[in-house]
Design a protein around this ligand. Structure first.
Ligand SMILES: [Zn+2]
Length: 452
């Protein structure tokens, strides 16, 4: 009953409030002096640029711009400034291990709870941002929507992190990537939340809608994880349904036949390059289908020499055929060998991610093309390029800085010493300083709802 009385009183007070009380505070202005500013689209750099940032967005960029009074000035005149990097296919909320799982992620799913995996994802997100990754497509194997929760938490301002493009659980035909026993499948419902089984058109539509309802910004399909995978019509249906919620579709592909069905259906991104032939690359280039090849380098902690050679050859052929390439890792594992050989210190998730540059260098991809894959193509694959990624007026103010020149040697990206996200400084002089990101509440999205 009290609400019946309180609401009109509240309304009356709100309506009677003077207009002057509602004038918003002025936005903080930051000016960055950039020694060199790279435009990855053209593969060129301009010297001595001034970047003016108002609140969360870029306001103006150019040489000799006046510095607005009261602005905070950040001097990066000895550094190369560029847009943030993108990992177009990773898994921040899944960490399978050699002990006790023997790298078997079924067991990770049984032993690591959704809350634990959410905290792992938050840590991984900060480590990736520290290495210059301002956008991450996180595509499946995320327990009960860990990826979507992380995106929401970062959007609300609870913690710093990259812009997360979550897919929610991967959608597949019966069994997904699992081969469960009948009792685990039928009596214990083990597929969900790691996968959503969707077989008929009605089930596919429902699965796509549920993921979008729970925060997905892209839809991930398992095209051919089972011999009874998706047909061209199934994939087209998922693409149509995803479009109603503003999502593009990525297909996990592991067979040549599956790759062909995904291409024929006009999918947006194909994940994993292993099964793709030169003819697939030719068709992908023709149709503008992005490749997230997940090109794992051979290291002390991962892969084999033979697998690395295949990854290098596949990436090289895709580049020669002019497939739109993205930088992608499929990172979701950990072991005791992930240490710096000289210091014995643990490698961070950011360092492990940037190590994938090794595949690109070995394949002989020019630095400018690698950088374009890590930025412009990544923003397009993440479907955010309308307002985030490039350093342009009106866009969200994300940028990084390095001492070297990534257009001359892409390994310069291994030393990111400055990171700005949404106009706020996350890393400065090579040290994380995220204090300003922490708040007691959802300060950037106070109504607590999705921003879709
Ligand atoms: Zn993956």
């Amino acid at each position: 009953m009290t609400r019946w009385i309180a609401l009109p009183v509240l309304l009356a007070v709100t309506l009677a409030a003077p207009v002057s009380a509602q004038v918003p505070a002025p936005l903080p202005v930051t000016v960055i002096k950039a020694g060199r500013l790279i435009d990855p689209e053209t593969g060129t750099a301009a010297v001595n640029q001034v970047i003016v940032i108002e609140g969360e967005r870029f306001k103006a960029i150019g040489a000799n711009l006046p510095i607005p009074p009261g602005a905070t000035v950040i001097d990066l005149s000895k550094l190369t400034v560029l847009p943030g990097l993108v990992d177009a296919h990773t898994h921040m909320g899944m960490t399978y291990k050699e002990q006790p799982e023997n790298n078997y992620y079924y067991l990770t799913y049984v032993t690591d709870s959704t809350p634990l995996r959410a905290i792992q994802a938050a840590s991984n997100g900060m480590q990736l941002l520290n290495a210059g990754f301002t956008v991450v497509r996180d595509v499946g194997n995320n327990a009960l929507y860990v990826d979507a929760a992380l995106r929401q938490a970062i959007e609300q301002g609870w913690l710093p992190g990259p812009t997360v493009i979550p897919s929610g659980p991967m959608i597949g035909s019966t069994g997904g990537q699992f081969w469960p026993t009948p009792e685990m499948y039928k009596q214990h419902n083990i597929m969900f939340p790691e996968y959503i089984d969707a077989n008929s058109p009605d089930e596919i539509v429902r699965a796509v809608r549920e993921n979008m309802l729970f925060g997905a910004r892209t839809i991930k399909l398992c095209i051919d994880c089972k011999p009874w995978g998706y047909s061209v019509d199934d994939i087209r249906l998922a693409i149509r349904e995803a479009a109603t919620g503003g999502c593009k579709v990525e297909g996990h592909v592991q067979t040549a036949a599956g790759a062909q069905r995904a291409i024929d259906a006009g999918i947006y991104i194909i994940a994993h390059g292993n099964a793709l032939t030169p003819e697939h690359h030719r068709q992908m280039a023709e149709k503008g289908i992005f490749l997230a090849g997940t090109d794992t380098p051979f290291t002390a902690y991962r892969a084999t020499e033979a697998a690395f050679k295949r990854a290098v050859d596949n990436l090289r052929d895709a580049w020669e055929k002019k497939v739109p390439l993205t930088f992608s890792t499929d990172f979701d594992y950990w072991n005791e060998r992930m240490k710096d050989a000289k210091t014995g210190r643990w490698l961070t998730r950011g360092e492990l991610t940037i190590e994938f540059l090794r595949t690109w260098k070995t394949a002989g991809i020019p630095a400018a093309d690698t950088l374009r894959a890590m930025t412009i193509n990544g923003y397009k694959a993440a479907d955010i390029i309308a307002d985030r990624g490039p350093i342009k007026p009106g866009f969200f103010a994300d940028l990084i800085a390095v001492p070297g020149d990534p257009l001359a040697d892409v390994d310069a990206l291994r030393t990111v010493v400055f990171v700005m996200k949404n106009g706020m400084v996350f890393k400065r002089d090579g040290v994380m300083a995220p204090a300003d990101f922490f708040h007691p509440g959802p300060v950037r999205m106070p109504n607590g709802r999705w921003t879709r």
